[in-house]
Write a protein that binds this ligand. Structure first.
Ligand code: PEP
Ligand code: MG
Length: 892
């Protein structure tokens, strides 16, 4: 059988269905599905994503047979509509839209009114009896087509339009007559010819194929490539093309067009939420040029503009019914587009709506309550990385605020930063570590990189479904949109706000994306709310996951926060971090710089009570949960004194001359401190340091056990082991100290001694190492560094370039490199367990909180991941997804 490239939909029947997203793109699959379930969808057809793939494989040539299939399907549309494409009397007009598997704002979106030319326009006039409408449609088509298909600078035609309005002394497009539009169509075409050296195509077939080519071509434009990269969308997915009969929302006051969400995409509240415009076409609603009207008064919407429910009650009732049908059918919140032509409602799109993390959780939990989905589906509906939005502080309601404007609460959260006015500036500022707020009149797909780099986005124009609002929500970025109270002046790099306030580039402002408030300066924040729907969802999460989630915490406070986030133990307590505070660092420096054993012992005696106090605090906080304490692993350079005043003070304390101390600092200087005298190498050369730490751990455990009845199983972890002999010796020492302390207190504590696997050699000889280790923890920060031969401290100079230029798919310090580093983890795990069957294995590098890496850890059979406190819920959810993924295909 010949390959099928084109899929028809219309009149209640469709070749495709919702499950065929990979082949038909999201838009095409859902148009087919809506048609099949009896919703009013204008007929049309979808050219599959396979054609896109073939197109690029064959040097931008279409597969044989495509033209024939397109022609046959066009005929079907003509029959259903009772019109003919290119017919002078009763012409069919079509829209051409892109539609990839995932929605992609970076691509060519839509061409409307295709099929119009100097002849067919008369057919439209006689059919619609409205010359003005016909020429308005024609000029829109010429503008859109010349821009996206022919590459004409759209500003040039817009300028002609402005000139015309000026000449006529009018302000609005609506004030131009049929004759004006007719004249402009002619002028537009002349300009196009002059600028591009080619005629605007009159032949509808040529127009159609030009548009199809432009959709496929846009798959590889820079914006689409950037968007794919930011959203991890593979290039070989390709896009589909949807060709559909036009219906018009701009044929008069009984026409309209709108967009809606079946629930509030910002809060998740269960009410019908949307915007529409009377007598408008397609993108007018999202373009932010006219202020859209609400579809209803739900949720206390007190807009002064009349709602659709009031103006077009019958269509509204039908739409509200469709809302219910769609939610019941898709069992998820839908984002829909509709058009009303002469009082008749048509559905142009439905898709699962993008939503904030807050809304995702509320919708998932509510839908379980409503019996629409089960708990497992609810867990799958929340994207782990998205949780980040909820785990960070929001603005302190009690804080003093200097309110300078209020816009629409388009995407919640709080954001604070310096004002910039262009996407490029935002990106440049973020690169040097500045926090910025991108302020625009409105945003467009060209601004995506800047929106990504900014903390938050503020726009002067556009509704809740404007580009800025939709994209920010998808990114989980705070956004205040449609803030008409600000007047942006790009030239002066400033904006004026209420009360004569002028905010200049570089000034700090704060946005509250949940209220729409814009404030001058930085406003304090409060911790996140972890109960309610969030708590319910996380309970379900814990039912499904198998991987345990611990935290990396060095203080009782961090331990407490992590427990509140659901940590089941501490997977890494970095003891050197306990010494960063000013009064403590002096003692550590004294220890590092001591000339001899006596000097070191004197310094260690100062450290012992501090360490013991910390351990007691942490053990208490963790209430008997496992706590892994890593013995000292200080990259020496982080601790050495460099400033004269510190050296002077230390020399005094140690009773040595300043010069002698300087000489010692000089002597300890390392060229590659990350590969230097750190980790267990320090324990090997100065055993008294590790002995003291083990003593502090065991004394803390014994005291709590004896005095407060705590059952603590400390896990003592030895870092940066390369050869088993290092571990063997250090283990012997540690055991000796443990036994001595327990004897002294007269208590028996179960304790474990294990190691970090941070060096390729350790992973490759894990069978040997496991003889001396009761647990392994993969230190994937160092393991990444040593596997790639990349310095953790210096990679920032070139690694971003590697990622930007696709040399590496991701920063390997953020997402575990499964092909290389991951292989070592797998080998280490297998070899270790071959020696010691019940070896406990975890991971404590930064990857422990990265969703993709967590899924890898689950698949590799690790017992737990350990990550920073704020990422614990993300890791829990990712672990649940990994476990569910074993039985359910997440993409379905
Ligand atoms: C690691 O190397 O992955 C690790 C957790 O240790 P650190 O980051 O302290 O070197
Ligand atoms: Mg390490």
């Amino acid at each position: 059988m010949a390959a099928k490239y084109v899929y028809f939909f219309g009149d209640g029947k469709a070749d495709g269905k919702a499950e065929m997203k990979n082949l038909l793109g999201g838009k095409g699959a859902n148009l087919a599905e809506m048609t099949s379930i009896g919703l009013p969808v204008p007929p049309g057809f979808t050219i599959s994503t396979e054609v896109c793939t073939e197109f690029y494989k064959n040097e931008r040539n279409y597969p044989a047979g495509l033209a024939k299939e397109v022609a046959a399907n066009l005929t079907k549309v003509e029959k259903l509509m009772g019109k003919k494409f290119g017919d002078p009397k009763n012409p069919l007009l079509v829209s051409v839209r892109s539609g990839a598997r995932a929605s992609m704002p970076g691509m060519m979106d839509t061409i409307l009114n295709l099929g119009l030319n100097d002849v067919t326009v008369h057919g439209i006039i006689s059919q619609s009896k409205d010359e003005r409408f016909a020429y308005d449609a024609y000029r829109r088509f010429v503008q859109m087509y010349s821009d996206v298909v022919m590459g004409m600078d759209k500003g040039i035609l817009e300028h002609l339009l402005e000139q015309k309005k000026e000449a006529k002394g009018v302000h609005l497009d609506t004030e131009l007559s049929a004759a004006d539009w007719k004249e402009l169509v002619g002028k537009f075409k002349e300009k196009i010819k002059k600028h591009l050296g080619q005629n605007f195509p009159e032949d509808p077939q040529e127009q159609l194929w030009g548009a199809i080519g432009a959709v496929f071509g846009s798959w590889m434009n820079q914006r689409a490539i950037t968007y794919r990269k930011l959203n991890s969308i593979p290039a070989d997915w390709g896009t589909a093309v949807n060709v559909q009969a036009m219906v018009f929302g701009n044929m008069g006051d009984d026409c309209a067009t709108g967009v809606a969400f079946t629930r509030d995409p910002s809060t998740g509240k269960n009410y019908f939420y949307g915007e529409y415009l009377v007598n408008a076409q397609g993108e007018d609603v999202v373009a932010g040029i006219r202020t859209p009207q609400p579809i209803n008064r739900a949720n206390g919407n007190d807009s002064k503009l009349p709602s659709m429910e009031e103006v077009m009650p019958e269509c509204y009732t039908q739409l509200a019914k469709i809302r219910g049908i769609l939610e019941n059918h898709y069992r998820d919140m839908q984002d829909i587009e509709f058009t009303i032509e002469k009082g008749k409602l048509f559905m142009l799109q439905t898709r699962n709506g993008k939503r904030t993390a807050k809304a995702a959780i509320k919708i998932a939990v509510d839908m379980v309550g409503e019996g629409l989905i089960d708990e497992k589906t609810a867990v799958q509906r929340v994207v782990p990385a998205q949780l980040d939005q909820l785990l960070h502080p929001s603005l302190d309601p009690k804080a003093k605020k200097k309110l300078i404007a209020k816009g629409l609460p388009a995407s919640p959260g709080a954001a604070c930063g310096q004002v910039v006015f262009t996407a490029d500036e935002a990106e440049a500022a973020a690169k040097i570590g500045l926090k910025v707020i991108l302020v625009r009149v409105e945003t467009s797909p060209e601004d995506i990189h800047g929106m990504h780099a900014a903390q938050g986005i503020l726009t002067a124009r556009g509704g809740m479904t404007s580009h800025a609002a939709v994209v920010a929500r998808g990114m989980g970025k705070c956004c205040v949109a449609g803030c008409g109270e600000i007047k942006v002046n790009y030239g002066a790099e400033s904006f004026a706000a209420k009360g004569d306030v002028v905010v200049k580039k570089g000034d700090v402002i704060t946005l509250d994306g949940s209220t729409g408030e814009v404030m001058l300066g930085e406003v304090p924040t409060v911790p996140p709310e972890l109960t309610g729907d969030f708590g319910t969802l996380m309970e379900w999460v814990d039912k499904f996951r198998k991987l345990k989630v611990r935290t990396n915490a060095d203080t009782p406070h961090d331990a407490k926060v992590a427990r509140e986030f659901g940590a089941e133990g501490i997977g890494l307590c970095r003891t050197e971090h306990m010494f960063f505070e000013a009064d403590r660092i002096a003692a550590v420096r004294e220890m590092i710089l001591a000339e001899d054993l006596d000097g070191r012992k004197r310094a260690l005696a100062k450290i012992l009570p501090m360490q013991k106090g910390d351990f007691i605090g942490i053990f208490r906080e963790m209430k008997g949960l496992p706590v892994t304490i890593r013995l000292l692993d200080p990259p020496l350079h982080e601790f050495l004194p460099h400033e004269d005043k510190d050296i002077d003070a230390l020399a005094k304390t140690m009773g040595v001359s300043v010069q002698a101390l300087k000489n010692k600092v000089e002597f300890l200087h390392e060229f590659n401190p990350m590969l230097g005298h750190r980790g267990c190498r320090l324990g090997i050369t100065f055993p008294e340091i590790y002995d003291l730490q083990v003593q502090a751990i065991m004394e803390a455990a014994c005291e709590l056990n004896k005095n407060e009845g705590f059952a603590i199983v400390p896990e003592i972890m030895i870092p940066l082991v390369a050869v088993v002999e290092e571990l063997k010796r250090l283990r012997e020492s540690a055991v000796r100290v443990c036994e001595e302390v327990m004897g002294r207190y007269g208590v028996k504590i179960d304790y474990l001694i294990g190691t970090m696997i941070e060096l390729p050699r350790a992973a490759l000889t894990a069978d040997e190492i496991a003889k001396e280790a009761e647990f392994f923890s993969f230190g994937t920060n160092d393991l990444t560094q040593t596997t790639f031969g990349l310095s953790r401290d210096d990679a920032g100079k070139f690694l971003p370039f590697y990622v930007e230029s696709n040399l590496l798919p991701e920063d390997p310090f953020v997402t575990l490199d499964q092909g290389g580093v991951g292989q070592l983890v797998r080998i280490g795990c297998e070899k270790g367990r071959a020696t010691r069957k019940n070896l406990k294995v975890g991971i404590c590098g930064e990857h422990g909180g990265d969703p993709e890496s967590v899924i890898f850890c689950h698949k590799t059979g690790l017992d737990y991941v350990s990550c920073s406190p704020f990422r614990v819920p993300i890791a829990r959810l990712a672990a649940a997804h990994a476990a569910i993924g074993e039985t359910t295909d997440l993409t379905k």
